[in-house]
Design a protein around this ligand. Sequence first.
Ligand code: HAS
Length: 542
Amino acid sequence: IHSADAKLTMAHMYVAFFALLIGATAGLMQTLVRSGKVTLPAGIGYYQILTLHGVVLGLVLTTFFILGFLVATQSKTAGKYSSGERKWAWAGFWMMTAGVVTTATFILLNEASVLYTFYAPLKAHPGFYIGLALVIIGSWFVGFVIFHRHARWRKENRGERTPLLSYMAVITMLMWQIATLGVAATVLLQFLPWSLGFTETIDVLVSRTLFWYFGHPLVYFWLLPAYMAWYAIIPKIVGGKIFSDSLARLSFILLLLFSIPVGFHHQLTEPGIDPFWKYLQVVLTFLVVIPSLMTAFSLFATFEARGRELGAKGLFGWLKKMPWKDVRFLAPFIGMVWFIPGGAGGIINASNQMNQVVHNTIWVTGHFHLTAATSVILTFFGIAYWLIPSMTGRKLTAKMNKWGIIQTIVWSVGMAIMSGAMHWQGLLGGPRRSAYSEYAGNADTASWGAYQIAQAIGGSILFIGMIIMLVIFVNLAFFAPKGKEEFPIAVVGETSGTTPKVLENWKLWIGVTVALILFAYTIPFIDIIQNAPPGSKGFRLW
Ligand code: HAS
């Protein structure tokens, strides 16, 4: 891609991988504290570190990596940016970076130990919210540049099918733009005035509902770039083709439609929301599982077709034909495998009765360490192995490829131990987000200790995995030999058929998305405001 666009991508990557260093270190400390064997030095608080961990990994690493990746795929598939577009994107990048520095400063000062979900009535210093708002608004700038480039391509190539990755980048950003309206609303209209002292009270239920309106699509915003790689990049790496262009586009459309109006599945135990609307959003949650099952089907089809082309026999013969020694394949593939138990855990969470068992236990932490911190992150690492050298004009050497394979194994082993222990301890009632306690010698809680130790062991292995990844990143960015690394993009297979034009009808899909959101949220919102407890003055914004 054009060197100026590559620079923009790399700027995002530097912040993302620096965030990995800080966030994973904070993660290690948490597992050590929870094991009861270590206490934090110098008055550092458990919740301070936990906030840092969640914000830096869940919001900073992901957002910067994703925007950097989308900037690159858009430039590669739709063509280089105009200088005007590039300027807007840089403005967005600097705004986001300023926001990160501001937010991180207040977390480190222990003025914002409110966790990454910043639930009211926990109150942070206004600087924390201002920083978050800057990150969000900056990301909108980059998002609009991605839309603009796609729209220009359509104008320049009237009537043609848009490049698949460019289309997927647009859906990923659309979801983000629509979802972040919720968090921007709660931050700007509720939290900021409240923490600045302009208002005395805050409507807790409204703030949590707006947060989860954003919080669930947030996790799909993490997942979609991984799906972009699974659909359009991995087939090229295995030497195959994209199974179906329309199926890939349809699954992205379905994810856009159904991933926003489902926030209530994070609030199933919350009073003040009518059970009917919780039920409706649970039904929509089960609908959003469908595009993931379509993705699983499509991936198996791609792998099997390629395996058979290479002479594979039997039901699973294709497994033997995959390029296991190529880390660009291995890391995302292991990510896919982990998504099977990770996704199954999600279905358990979404089932109302089972949610009563697992909600607020460390099971949920286990769930998102499988989905976000394994499936998604291993795929992001898999992308980094070719993206970074292809941006910096270097080559992924055999040695770094080998280290990448070691990294993938170390990460998987560490996560299996840590996340496995989290799931089990959660089923025994172990709470999430709590520092070490002996619970006054309570017999039931005594059994949790062994799981906490297992989590500390898993966390330490993951820390080693993080160091290996950073060494590889620095090598690929600054020291690997100069050369031309492939930016792998697969072509669509012959059996794919023609893609229906309706899949590119943005007015239709945005319209349906908005209609679904209004349907799922309007009446519950009116209820929440009308049914506010007596004396609370209803919808308290000012
Ligand atoms: Fe979740 C909580 C439900 C997916 C992340 N989730 C969280 C939180 C996070 C998170 C961060 O309904 C915690 C938030 C907090 O701090 O409180 N989740 C779901 C459901 C899905 C799901 C139904 N979650 C994700 C993904 C995440 C993520 C993806 C991040 C990236 N989640 C919940 C619920 C809660 C929740 C409740 C609230 C719990 C509570 O009470 O607090 C679904 O989207 C999952 C669908 C996925 C599948 C798997 C398909 C498999 C594929 C792989 C194919 C493999 C191949 C290789 C081809 C059905 C695509 C095969 C090779 C072989 C050799 C076998």
